[in-house]
Design a protein around this ligand. Structure first.
Ligand code: SF4
Length: 280
């Protein structure tokens, strides 16, 4: 089978740096914890767990050791708890996520009601919500009922949102008659480049594979976008998960991967797909 790989896919700088920092911390310290999975990729989390990284959901049970803040960041409340317990903190929050947190607080200080376009359940959004008071999260048009009054809004978005969704929600908000809208584009360029490359590729192939964690927001967004343009799009974590019957009759496949998918997972899928032609 002929296999084409998206021009831009796989690890982004934020994820690379979080993994490097985790490995360095594990080499230098004992009792290293990650507050939530360090990145949204089970293979990488398992690999780091074998090296001694323990993933925790809450800081409550920890009294000593070093705590890594993952690429999605942590809430102020969590950070204050860690400091109060005198735990050592290693901050692997992506610089672009930190920027969103700072902007949210700045907007709030300037008197704007902060609105974040994104998924309320995603850890990045929760961390931003925990950085400025009363942030309203808008995931879809029905959430707009949570926006009261007619004052001024400061609008930001989750770094991994798609430009289309961001624009769609802004258009909905604009219809509501607020006195002022200050919009700051906080989309991550890495995410956008992966989305553009994936859409370009999926239009040219018979079948499209999007590799990455099932909880990874940017991978899910890639799959959603590709599905819009190519109905034969499949989101999977690795080659083992692939139902080989979907390859029947297909001669050309496309592959992309989310920002938390290691190269080896991409290489394995590509190599196996290429070999599949010889076997079938
Ligand atoms: S996708 Fe962008 S914002 Fe998220 S970790 Fe990577 S570089 Fe940072």
């Amino acid at each position: 089978m002929k296999v084409l790989v998206a021009e831009k896919c796989g690890f982004c700088p934020g994820v690379k740096s979080a993994i490097m920092l985790a490995k360095k911390t594990l080499a230098e310290h004992e009792h290293v914890y990650s507050l939530g999975p360090i990145i949204h990729n089970d293979d990488v989390v398992r690999e780091l767990a074998q090296k001694g990284l323990t993933t925790i959901d809450s800081v409550d049970p920890i009294d000593e050791g070093t705590v890594l803040i993952r690429s999605h960041g942590a809430t102020l409340k969590q950070l204050e708890k860690l400091k109060a317990k005198h735990l050592q903190i290693v901050d692997a929050t992506c610089v672009l996520v930190k920027r969103v947190q700072k902007i949210a607080r700045q907007l709030q200080e300037e008197g704007y009601k902060v609105v974040m376009i994104g998924d309320a359940h995603h850890p990045e959004t929760q961390a931003v919500v925990g950085f400025a008071k009363d942030v309203v999260v808008i995931g879809e048009a029905s959430d707009l009922s949570n926006l009261q009054g007619q004052g001024k809004l400061g609008i930001i978005c989750q770094t991994t949102d798609s430009p289309d969704h961001f624009a769609e929600m802004i258009a909905e908000i604009a219809k509501r008659g607020f006195s002022e809208l200050k919009i700051i584009n906080t989309l991550c360029r890495e995410t956008k480049q992966r989305q553009n490359a994936a859409v370009k590729l999926c239009k040219t192939v018979e079948i499209m594979f999007v590799l990455g964690g099932l909880h990874s927001a940017n991978t899910k967004k890639l799959a959603e976008l590709c599905k819009k343009h190519n109905n034969s799009t499949f989101h999977l974590q690795n080659w083992e998960e692939l139902d080989k019957t979907v390859l029947k009759g297909k001669k050309i496949a496309g592959v992309t991967a989310g920002a938390s998918t290691p190269d080896r997972v991409i290489d394995e899928l590509v190599a196996n797909l290429r070999a599949f032609e010889a076997d079938s």
